[in-house]
Design a protein around this ligand. Structure first.
Ligand SMILES: CC(=O)N[C@H]1[C@@H](OP(=O)(O)OP(=O)(O)OC[C@H]2O[C@@H](n3ccc(=O)[nH]c3=O)[C@H](O)[C@@H]2O)O[C@H](CO)[C@@H](O)[C@@H]1O
Ligand SMILES: C=C(OP(=O)(O)O)C(=O)O
Length: 429
């Protein structure tokens, strides 16, 4: 058990380099199964979701080795099982991408139902529908999804909802199928485009990623390649929100400003100055924060993965703001934690009404999930006093060296190891 201990009140100042995108990495690593060869993946974030996926690949017989801190070589030439057991699958949501990848390569897979953050129901019916339309038989028994096909044939697949996960799994299943697959109402997230680029680098023929119609011309086989993962949109957004919350001035390096447009626009509406450069972005705030309403939606809408962080900022603003969660049924569990720090937020279903309170006060809080944890970090950075955040394993699923990065910007944050009964063991500073 570990926790972050933050003494709030320091304005963040300086430069931070944004890491490779978690949500691209968690699709690309399973996709290496399709290579049947050696892939060298660069800009891989050092987060626990990546370690868990590499453990699954190793379990299946892949040879995995780090060449440098963020460069991993994965050889999937010889895999000896198309199964992902529960102990490995339960650690993260993205384990379900092995279904599509293994189906694509071996025409069969058995993957335990995945874990991931708990936002209420996280169905996979559209993933299953897509695989069935391609010719697979799908069984769900004893918590394990089993897919098999004698052949996969290209077809037209209209997704009933815009789903990142279903778009990924259908792409992975379709790249080596026979003929043309058309995915309509596809997700348009930057990580979908990154996955498509990676598949094309392995020899696939995927066109239209980033629009809502993706066309996949099946090819007989793929091969290994070298590929660099895009910068993390949500890590960047989290640092943007933290800089704005503390009234600081931070230059984010290694970003794609286009991917951050919905976040930049909302922050600008709130009175934050954003200056875009080619691959960096300056965030600064001098005046008061304005209230604003926001609704999360699939890309290019405002990302659901930035919703909790924005609730912290809106709590510091003047006036009343309304947040509408447009993707998940239950993504406001963090609100009770934020209220412990003095926030005034009323939740009714998928809507939260945030009354700006101007300042937050330190309190012991929990990271109830990954981005909830990011929100607690930002709240701790601005709060008066010392905030302790527990359950930081959620945060470490998706943020690499987050304490180091905040310390380099002037924050007072320590990662402390604690015994099971909560006593400190040692400071990591
Ligand atoms: C479109 C969108 O913003 N997706 C987000 C979603 O991706 P993730 O891939 O986890 O979830 P999906 O994009 O698949 O889900 C989007 C919506 O579709 C519904 N659904 C999904 C699959 C399915 O088979 N059936 C179904 O009904 C879900 O209940 C949800 O309401 O959560 C991730 C973690 O927060 C975010 O990084 C993604 O940005
Ligand atoms: C919740 C997230 O991820 P996952 O889908 O892996 O749970 C996230 O990236 O915010």
């Amino acid at each position: 058990m570990n926790k972050y201990v933050i003494t709030g009140g320091k304005k963040l100042q300086g430069e931070v380099s944004i890491s490779g995108a978690k949500n691209a990495a968690v699709a690309i690593l399973p996709a290496t199964v399709l290579a049947g060869g050696v892939c060298r993946i660069e800009n891989v974030p050092n987060i626990s979701d990546v370690s868990s996926l590499l453990d699954i690949l190793t379990h299946m017989g892949a040879r995995v080795r780090f060449l440098q801190r963020s460069v991993v070589e994965i050889d999937t030439t010889h895999l000896h099982t198309p199964q992902v057991p529960y102990e490995l699958a339960r650690k993260m949501r993205a384990s379900c991408y092995f279904l599509g990848a293994l189906l694509g390569r071996y025409h069969r897979a058995q993957v335990a139902m995945p874990g991931g953050c708990d936002f209420g129901v996280r169905p996979i019916d559209q993933h299953i529908k897509g695989m069935e339309l391609l010719g697979a038989t799908v069984l769900l028994e004893h918590g394990v999804v089993e897919v098999s096909a004698s052949a996969l044939c290209g077809t037209s697949i209209y997704l009933d909802v815009v789903s990142v996960g279903a778009t990924v799994n259908v792409l992975l299943s379709a790249v080596c199928s026979e003929g043309l697959t058309v995915i309509e109402n596809a997700a348009k997230e930057p990580h979908i485009v990154d996955l498509a680029n990676f598949l094309n680098a392995m020899g696939a023929d995927v066109r239209g990623a980033g629009t809502d119609v993706i066309k996949v011309h099946g090819v007989p086989r793929l091969h290994g390649c070298t590929y660099s993962i895009i910068p993390d949109q949500i890590e960047a957004g989290t640092f943007m929100a933290a800089a704005a919350a503390t009234g600081g001035r931070v230059l984010l390096k290694n970003v794609i400003p286009k991917h951050l447009e919905s976040i930049s626009a909302k922050l600008a509406e709130m009175g934050v100055q954003i200056t875009e450069y080619d691959d960096s972005l300056l965030v600064e705030r001098n005046g008061a924060l304005n209230h604003a309403n926001l609704k999360t939606m699939p890309h290019p809408g405002f990302p659901t993965d930035m919703q909790p962080q924005m609730a912290v900022l809106l709590s510091l603003a003047q006036g009343t703001s309304i947040i509408t969660e447009g993707v998940w049924d239950n993504r406001f569990r963090y609100v009770e934690e934020l209220k412990r720090m003095g926030a005034n937020i009323q939740v009714d279903g998928k809507i939260a009404v945030v009354e700006g309170v101007g300042r937050l006060l330190a309190a012991p809080v929990k990271a109830t999930d990954l981005r909830a944890g990011a929100a607690m970090l930002i709240a701790g950075l601005v709060a008066h006093g010392v905030t302790e955040i527990e359950d930081i394993r959620h945060i470490e699923r998706g943020y690499e060296y987050v304490d180091e990065k905040f310390r380099a910007l002037g924050a007072q944050i320590e990662r402390v190891s604690v015994t099971p009964d909560g006593e400190p063991l040692a400071s990591a500073v």
